[in-house]
Design a protein around this ligand. Structure first.
Ligand code: FAD
Length: 385
């Protein structure tokens, strides 16, 4: 179905980002495969993406960005990485652009903006956000990471886990309790910088998919964080997190639809070629029905996501709508890719086929960014239940 979301400027951006992925990520020598085996994307890739204008697009021009506060550019980065089958790179970039950057844009003081925004736009400062702890994920208000104010500093103690860009990150937005007697109102956001004493990174976590993503555990042992690294107001952290979650969830939904689109196109190619009982396997009625359903559901999902992107641009996207997009599109991604693996037969289970990687990469999208059960809670509560 023809999309009406984009203008020429977006299509030009898409074409140049596609070329970037072809040159810098895929390459003839399969660089991405090396990064999957190494469990990390080299830092230089972020710097090259920054130089190409594919990071921090919303950063104002005076800080080295494009001043393009338009989520359609972000969406294109997420979509194209999925279409190219390099989701591990995509997740690192979308966390940087879609999830972390808005906190820096909205809550930084002038001094903080001058300190951090140029590096965020150039890709020399890679960002991460650390909310989840070994003992809590969905129930964020119960976090135990503690930041105690001492004069001009906060003393930070605790552990965060499952942190995307955890090894590469230079700036980590850490959610911590500044007032443990409070739940939501006791949380503040502090920016940790690479090299601060007492800030250590655990090993890269071994996951079933998204291997090129350097997901890690982070530990803080009496890290002395200068008070000028507080983002916004003390005690307002939970409110800030809630206000940015719709964009994060829409980002996950957009990437999920693109990942499913890629899976469908690889599968269509495969079922046209592969033969059984003297005919292409795509010509069996059961294959046609499966793929017809996939095509239909994908087009419907895309229309909803595109509409949500328009609403976000008009500052009208509600938490419930973003939750609907996130849960429904990630469930669709899982269901559709599973059906595509089945159509590949045994080859669908082989690592050398992109559909196998997509299958493993997809599982987590129903869990992170708020588990899908939490999305349904948000929607259910909005019904007055
Ligand atoms: C690869 C990866 C990358 C990640 N990146 C980041 C990151 O960059 N930063 C970050 O902070 N976190 C990150 N996370 C963490 C992620 O957001 C959490 O895993 C997620 O929010 C779920 O929390 P949990 O794992 O503690 O599960 P739990 O909260 O323990 O939930 C376990 C199960 O119980 C269900 N459940 C919990 N509460 C309810 C309820 N009220 N009603 C019904 N069911 C419920 C959940 O839906 C889930 O099915 C990442 C996770 C992964 C795996």
């Amino acid at each position: 179905m023809q999309r009406t979301l984009f203008q020429d400027v977006h299509e030009d951006f898409r074409a140049s980002f596609r070329t970037f992925l072809e040159r810098e990520v895929r390459g003839e020598e399969d660089r991405y495969g090396d990064w999957e085996r190494a469990g990390i994307v080299p830092r230089e890739v972020f710097a090259r993406a920054g130089a190409g204008g594919f990071l921090g697009m919303a950063v104002p021009e005076r800080y080295g960005g494009a001043g393009a506060d338009d989520f359609r550019f972000n969406l294109i980065v997420g979509e194209e990485t999925q279409l190219a089958g390099v989701g591990g790179v995509g997740l690192g970039m979308t966390v940087h652009n879609d999830v972390c950057l808005p906190y820096f844009l909205r809550y930084c003081t002038e001094e903080q903006r001058a300190r951090w925004l140029p590096g965020i736009a150039s890709g020399e400062l890679i960002t991460a956000i650390a909310m989840t702890e070994p003992g809590i994920g969905s129930d964020l208000a119960s976090m135990v990471t503690r930041a105690r104010r001492e004069g001009d500093e906060y003393v930070l103690d605790g552990t965060k886990t499952f942190i995307t860009n955890g090894i590469n990150a230079d700036l980590v937005i850490v959610a911590a309790k500044t007032d443990p007697s409070e739940r939501h109102h006791g949380i503040s956001l502090l920016v940790l910088e690479r090299g601060m004493e007492g800030f250590t990174r655990g090993r890269k976590l071994e996951k079933i998919g998204q291997h090129a993503q350097d997901t890690a555990e982070l530990s803080f042992a009496a890290v002395r964080v200068p008070a000028e690294n507080l983002l916004g107001e003390e005690g307002e952290g939970f409110r800030y997190l809630v206000s940015n979650l719709p964009q994060e969830r829409l980002s996950i939904a957009g990437s999920a639809v693109a990942a499913a689109e890629a899976a469908l196109s690889w599968t269509l190619d495969y079922v046209r070629e592969r033969r059984a009982f003297g005919q292409p396997i795509g010509s069996f009625q059961s294959s046609r029905f499966t793929l017809a359903q996939a095509r239909t559901e994908l087009d419907i999902a895309r229309v909803f996501v595109d509409r949500c992107v328009e609403a976000l641009g008009a500052d009208e996207l509600s938490a419930e709508e973003a939750a609907m997009a996130k849960w429904w599109c990630t469930e669709l991604q899982g269901r559709l890719i599973d059906a595509c693996v089945q159509l590949h037969g045994g080859y669908g289970y082989m690592q050398e086929y992109p559909i196998a990687r997509a299958y493993a990469d997809a599982r987590v999208t129903r869990i992170y960014g708020g588990a899908n059960e939490i999305m349904k809670e948000i929607i259910g509560r909005s019904l007055g239940l």
